[in-house]
Structures are given as C-alpha cells and as structure tokens.
Write a protein that binds this ligand. Structure first.
Ligand code: UT7
Length: 356
C-alpha cells in the first residue's frame, strides 16, 4: 500500500491588518497587555468571504502539487465560520477552484478542524476510496467578534491554509494520530445562538464567548497529553521530533505545551504574532510558512497539535516526504482592497457599539 502524503500546500492571508494599537482605540486594552499575555501583535481582517480565502489557499496548494482542479476527488473545508449554513463553504470552494469532479463537505471541529480534516483525507486515500483530497482550513472569525469584549476580540484573525493529500510511493505520511472531544465542556468556548437554538441572551448577535483561563489550562493539558500519546503510538520520542507545528492560539499556550513535552524552543513553529488565532486555518498556514522558511527538511518528523471549541483536540505525527519545494506556483489572489482593518470592522462596531 502506498502512503497518503501531503504533496501541495498553500495559504491566503487577507491584506488588511488590525494592530494592537487599533484595538486600543476600540476597547479597554493595551499593546503591552496583548503582547505579553498572548504574543499577538497583529491580525488580518478579511474583506472577502471564507470561501474566497479557502479557494485562494486551495489554488496555491494545487499548484504546489502540480495538479489541475479537475484531478481532485474531495474538497474538505474545516471551518466554524462558513459563508452560509447551506450550501457548505466546501461546495462554494469546489466551484471557485473548478474542482468539477470533487465531492465537497464542511467539517466543524473549531480550531482542531484542520487536523480532523487531514485525518479524514488520509483515511479516505488509504482505503483507496478517494485518490486526491484538498483539505482546507479557512476562517473569517472577525465576523463573530464583539470588539467591546477585550477577553476575546484581541485574540482572533482571518485566513486560510490548504494541503493536497494523495497516494505516494514514499515512506511516511501520517504515522499516528489522536482525535478527541469533550462535549460536556461545550460552553467554555462557543458562538452561542449561531444555530437552531435561536437568539443568544439579550438579543445579541452571536459572538465568540470564552472562559479564557479554563480554556488555557485545558489546551495545555490536552495538547501535551495527546502529543505524548501520538509519539508513543508512532514508536518515537520527543528527541525524534524535528518541528512542532501547534495551533497558534497564544504564545504562552505554545510554550507551556512545548515545556510539558520537554521539547526545545527552537523546534517550535510560531507565527501567531502576525495573524493571531485563525482557528482551523492556523496549522495549515503555519505549515506553509514553515516550508517557505526552510524549516521542514526532506523526511522531517512533524508533530501537530490542536485544541478548540467543542472542546476538541487533535494531535498527529507526520513524516514529510522528499520534496519540500512547490512543483508550480499559482498567481491566485483575493480581489484587491484599499480598506483598512479598522474600516472593515465597522459593521461589528455599529452592532455592538464601541467599548473602551
Ligand atoms: O483556539 C483555542 C481557543 N482559545 C484559546 O486557546 C485561548 C485560551 N486562553 C488564553 O489565551 C488566555 O486565557 C487569555 C489570553 C484569553 C487571557 O489571558 P489570561 O492571562 O488568562 O488573563 P485572565 O483572563 O486571567 O485576565 C487577567 C486580567 C483580568 O483583569 P483583573 O481581573 O486581573 O483586573 C482581565 O480582565 O487581564 C484582564 N484582561 C485584559 N486586560 C487588557 C483580559 N483581557 C484583557 C485585554 N486587555 N485584552
């Protein structure tokens, strides 16, 4: 049996930046607090929809794999911020990239969604039921942020990342994985009132709500423990890990997870200072940037770990193949905009009011 491998990768970051200084003017916060408590300096605010971000990232991943869109059998979009409930964001992406033969589905496991999607793709390809799968993590989270709530609004950002999974003659791919959920803790991180349960309290627009310190503690525990178990399942130790690519929620969470594992700081991919927490998009964006920066070598052993609303968590050990450069490069890009991050927040500010 040939191993399913990632053969293409790509990302899409919308151009408009919202800085910590911009947030100081919206809510009762400071650059000093955000920088020291989270490591985040800026985040992107999208003028386009989730499916647009996803389609651009997907096109880059297809080019990197040297594939045409018609060669894709399945499009998975991991997201908790789809353009609409029906049709799925994946159906919109299927049309936007021209993956005319592909089935399409959304997968919502919040910030763990990309790893859930990667595992689904791997298993589909492994059984032979699908040959080529495009897995995308994409979010337009700012839509659900109340910028008067300093506990949540400073953390999140928009973006997308994508990979192509297909059979390969190489040794490697996904060596082990763990997917977990604790639905009893659903309310500690949620977008209440965003579905059939109706309007949230006080007729507010659905917004991200979070018990930050509880989520923090559970994130470190779950990512640390799941990572240790997947390493053991793969017959490896922490010393074998070349790079940890964790969900980019908070620098302190990432550092605490690495410390718990006993992993060197230099073996951890962190890019959250530029993008904040992009939920399902954070790991594929970090993977694409790790490849661009030459931090993933041929045969590298990668450890992925994620945690998010649900509560969900996921970890995986992945052995990279021989090729670390894209086969082709795509010109795909979002339509241009001259609007600033602050301009793009106006609908949120009109709705919730301006705090601070
Ligand atoms: O993707 C997975 C989902 N999300 C996460 O993983 C996030 C997990 N949680 C966290 O990252 C952290 O808990 C936060 C960054 C959300 C909060 O950091 P913390 O160190 O846990 O702070 P805290 O909530 O314990 O708050 C400490 C203080 C409080 O003030 P008092 O009560 O000590 O006077 C907060 O009101 O910091 C205050 N605070 C802020 N101050 C300025 C909370 N948010 C802010 C803010 N700016 N943005």
């Amino acid at each position: 049996m040939t191993a399913p491998m990632i053969t293409g990768w790509g990302k899409c970051l919308p151009p408009a930046v919202l800085s910590n200084a911009d947030l100081e003017r919206l809510t009762d916060t400071s650059d000093a607090w955000i920088s020291t408590r989270t490591g985040i300096k800026g985040r992107r605010i999208s003028h386009a929809e989730t499916s647009d971000l996803a389609a651009v990232a997907g096109r880059h991943a297809l080019a990197a794999a040297g594939l045409s869109p018609a060669e894709i059998d399945l499009v998975i979009v991991a997201t908790c911020t789809p353009d609409r409930l029906v049709p799925s964001a994946a159906a919109l992406v299927q049309a936007k990239v021209g993956a005319v033969r592909a089935a399409a589905l959304d997968l919502n496991a919040a910030c763990s969604g990309f790893l859930y999607g990667l595992v689904v793709a791997d298993q589909m390809v492994r059984t032979g039921s699908m040959r080529r799968v495009l897995v995308i993590g994409a979010e337009k989270l700012h839509f659900f942020l109340d910028f008067t709530d300093r506990a949540t609004s400073v953390l999140f950002g928009d973006g997308a990342g994508a990979v192509v999974v297909e059979p390969s003659e190489e040794e490697g791919g996904l060596l082990s994985f763990e997917l977990g959920t604790d639905g009893t803790a659903a309310d500690i991180l949620c977008i209440a009132g965003s579905g059939t349960e109706g309007a949230p309290a006080a007729e507010r627009r659905p917004r991200v709500e979070m018990e930050g310190p509880t989520v923090f503690r559970r994130a470190v525990e779950a990512m640390g423990e799941a990572s240790a178990r997947v390493l053991e399942k793969a017959g490896l130790t922490v010393a074998d890990v070349d790079l940890l690519i964790p969900h980019q929620a908070n620098r302190r969470i990432v550092e605490a997870t690495a410390r718990r594992l006993g992993l060197d700081e230099g073996k951890v991919m962190v890019n959250l200072e530029a993008y904040g927490n992009t939920s399902a998009a954070s790991i594929p964006i970090a993977l694409a940037e790790a490849l661009e920066a030459g931090r993933v070598g041929a045969g590298a052993r990668l450890l992925f770990a994620a945690f998010g609303g649900g509560l969900t968590w996921a970890a995986a050990v992945y052995r990279w193949g021989a090729r670390v450069a894209p086969l082709e490069v795509s010109e795909a890009a979002l339509p241009p905009t001259s609007r600033s991050g602050r301009d793009l927040l106006e609908p949120n500010v009109v709705f919730y009011g301006k705090g601070g």
